[in-house]
Design a protein around this ligand. Structure first.
Ligand code: ZN
Length: 187
């Protein structure tokens, strides 16, 4: 079932998610809803706080993007990305490495707003999958950027927080307008 994606200005986006204690029917239902919602919105990632669910859970699928490469290693062996999408990450922990590089990002909670965000290129990820299995992998490129972006959502951190001041200034009016509109809708 598709769920409503909340926009910037909604308090759920600033609330850190609680750890998932047990993968039960409610969590499985939530994952199904998140996959449906991400697909319908043509997004490449969605975090639970974006549908106002404050839990440590995100979904990622970078396969629709062909012009920005991604790399994935499991046990230090590189594997095809498409074999592992969509990814469901429960209680993810990440460790980033490398010098931060700018890259364009958007966010389903900031429609039509894009900007360059500085992030380290590489991420080591540990999480649980939907069947409770341990996921342990490294990634680079768009996949790494996307997982870092979604992981931030789970801590209440948004991509605008990681933009340069110049980039934030450039989109400030659009962001203020979005925030006012979402707050107005909630009032
Ligand atoms: Zn986002």
């Amino acid at each position: 079932m598709q769920r409503e994606i909340v926009k910037y200005g909604h308090p759920a986006l600033r609330k850190p998610g609680a750890e998932v204690a047990e993968i039960d029917d409610a969590v499985r239902g939530l994952v199904d809803d998140m996959l449906d919602t991400m697909d319908a919105a043509a997004g490449i990632g969605l975090a639970a706080p974006q549908i106002a669910e404050s839990v440590q859970l995100c979904v990622v699928d970078v396969t629709p993007i062909e012009d920005r490469p991604s790399r994935l290693w499991i046990n230090e062996v590189e594997v095809p990305i498409s074999d592992h999408m969509p990814m469901i990450l429960i209680n993810p922990k990440i460790e980033v490495s490398g010098d931060s590089i700018p890259g364009p990002e958007g966010c389903l909670s900031f429609p039509e707003i894009y900007g360059d965000v500085l992030r380290p290129p590489r991420a080591k990820v540990r999480a649980h999958g939907i069947n409770g299995e341990t996921l342990d992998f490294e990634c680079d490129g768009l996949l790494s950027r996307c997982i870092q972006h979604e992981h931030d959502h789970l801590q209440g951190i948004l991509f605008i927080d990681r933009m340069t001041q110049a980039e934030r200034d450039r989109i400030r009016d659009e962001i203020t307008e979005l925030q006012n509109s979402e707050r107005g809708r909630l009032a």
